[in-house]
Design a protein around this ligand. Structure first.
Ligand code: TXA
Ligand code: MG
Length: 319
């Protein structure tokens, strides 16, 4: 999707004046505001209906810019950043810049990443300030992977939407806390766990408990998150036919390989976890648009390569 230099200048100018701009990233669309302006940051929380105890991710153009906002930059941060930025990884570090306190929701730490999307990168290079950007959806609903999803969820609440086409990764960045030893995976995401482990062999990948997380390691991990309007039921492939026959109609069906159960909407996303993740949120949005009351989802393999997909599906199914 081509965005003209003039459109990027306009977006940077609006951000400079404290407006909200929805931006494409390689993971999901973000709702951006300048991170050093508490009033602009407050507008993000307001537009999303996001609880103010849930801190935001700060986006910067380079590893040097990330290091500049950290009070300490541990070895693990350097190894991960060198290998994986720009890309779908967020590092939680000790905050070293008082002007960014409002994105941290009162914490001494700050989450930072260097995104890979060329539009977001070009925008960051035009901005003299870091951009706070959570996913560009109302809080607890499904994250947007297309500009249309942003418009449907936030509408007039956002001043400008930059359409950068569909997101390539399709789920949010992996979040790694490098303030603790060993570093801890707070949220599985766009970077495979196996890749993180190559760089940080002792990475703690124990799932963060949703209830305990409310006040602790990662406050954003509310159990019900990424949820479509349809009731999501996750079942083994062998249980699909029986589940579909008992489910409240209209029924949608999301599988790995296609399945012939009689449903009102269906999609097969294949058995590659990267391609599945790319299509997942778009599928949840599509099932809602199709009016599904129930969405039956075939449970993907229990392999670690599917950890981020399992995490998002479990949240989509939580009531
Ligand atoms: O891929 C992404 O990360 C997208 C794109 C737009 O960059 N952004 C995103 O932001 O997913 P958001 O706000 O929806 O998720 C931020 C996550 C939440 O789970 C939040 O709790 C966690 O990062 N987080 C932010 N700051 C933190 C901190 N200081 N300590 C621990 N967790 C933090
Ligand atoms: Mg989000």
């Amino acid at each position: 999707m081509d965005i003209s230099p003039g459109a990027l200048d306009d977006a940077a100018d609006r951000l400079g004046r404290g407006q909200l701009v929805a931006v494409p990233t390689e993971t999901v669309y973000g709702l951006a505001a300048r991170a050093d302006d508490p009033a602009a940051v407050a507008r993000i929380y307001d537009a999303k209906g996001r609880p103010t105890h849930n801190p935001l991710i700060v986006h910067v153009a380079s590893r040097d810019a990330a290091r500049a906002i950290a009070a300490r930059w541990p070895d693990a941060a350097e190894r991960l950043a060198r290998a994986l930025w720009p890309g779908p990884l967020t590092l939680v570090v000790e905050r070293g810049d008082e002007r960014l306190a409002s994105v941290s929701a009162g914490r001494a730490t700050i989450a930072v990443r260097v995104p890979a999307h060329p539009v977001m990168h070009a925008l960051l290079e035009r901005c003299a300030f870091p951009l706070a950007a959570p996913s560009a959806n109302r809080s607890t609903s499904v994250s947007p992977t297309r500009a249309e999803h942003v418009a449907a969820s936030l509408g007039e609440r956002v001043d400008l939407i930059l359409d950068g086409g569909p997101c390539d990764v399709g789920i949010e960045s992996s979040v790694v806390d490098v303030t603790v030893d060993p570093p801890r995976l707070l949220r599985p995401g766009g970077t495979p766990i196996a890749r993180l482990r190559e760089l940080v062999p002792d990475l703690d990948v124990t799932p963060v408990d949703a209830d305990a997380a409310a006040g602790h390691a990662s406050p954003g991990l509310d159990r019900r998150h990424y949820a479509p309007d349809a009731r999501v039921v996750i079942v083994a492939r062998t249980e699909i036919a029986a589940t579909v026959s008992e489910a409240a109609a209209p029924v949608g069906l999301l599988t790995l390989a296609s399945h012939d159960a009689p449903v009102d909407w269906s999609l097969a996303l294949g058995d590659d976890p990267t391609a599945y993740a790319r299509g997942l949120f778009d599928a949840l949005h599509a099932a809602d648009r199709a009016g599904c009351a129930t969405l039956v989802v075939e449970c993907p393999p229990a392999d670690e390569a599917w950890a981020a997909v399992h995490d998002r599906l479990a949240r989509a199914a939580a009531r």
